[in-house]
Design a protein around this ligand. Sequence first.
Ligand code: SF4
Ligand code: SF4
Length: 194
Amino acid sequence: MTESVQRTRVCGECSLCCTVLRVDELRKLGGTPCLHQRSGGGCTIHARRPGICRSYECLWLSGSLGADDRPDRLGAVVDLVNEGGSVKLVIRQARPGALEASTRLQEIAATYRISMPVRINDVDAVLDEDRRFRVLMPDGVEHHVEGEWMTIHHPDGRAERRRMPWLERWALRTAHAWKRRRFRRMQSLGPKRV
Ligand code: SF4
Ligand code: SF4
């Protein structure tokens, strides 16, 4: 998405984040290709692209992954995300099963998991409130979240299913209500051309 005079890496033929990520300025939902994506990589409105597109750098572009780990080759956009003061690695799969299909993505997840949680998101069904995601915790535990329910998979094979505490459920419902409102508006207006 971005360019820098100091950076040695350029996006080249990759434009995976232009499909995977949400761009509010363009009313573009996550998981849908941007109207302005150029086939073979690049942006048809490069000089006028929104601020988020100018500032965004995936982990590969910032130089923190190996040279061959460009997202279009991995099948996922990989990022470090700070949520409430806690940093996690987020793997946004371009299609379900991308992590299982790529030994390199699995290696990256295992390396980061030593020091921080690793969240794996799909980009399909972005409007589904119960859309599932997984979090691989440093202690070997895996959290599978679906709506208000979480299944905790322990390294010894045990699994426990729990409903989230009421405060988290309330926060989730509030976030979903806000998200629904925003998505309804984006859908009714349609994608914005720049
Ligand atoms: S995913 Fe990374 S490398 Fe690919 S276009 Fe976006 S910023 Fe560039
Ligand atoms: S405006 Fe350009 S850089 Fe931004 S998401 Fe669309 S194609 Fe990508």
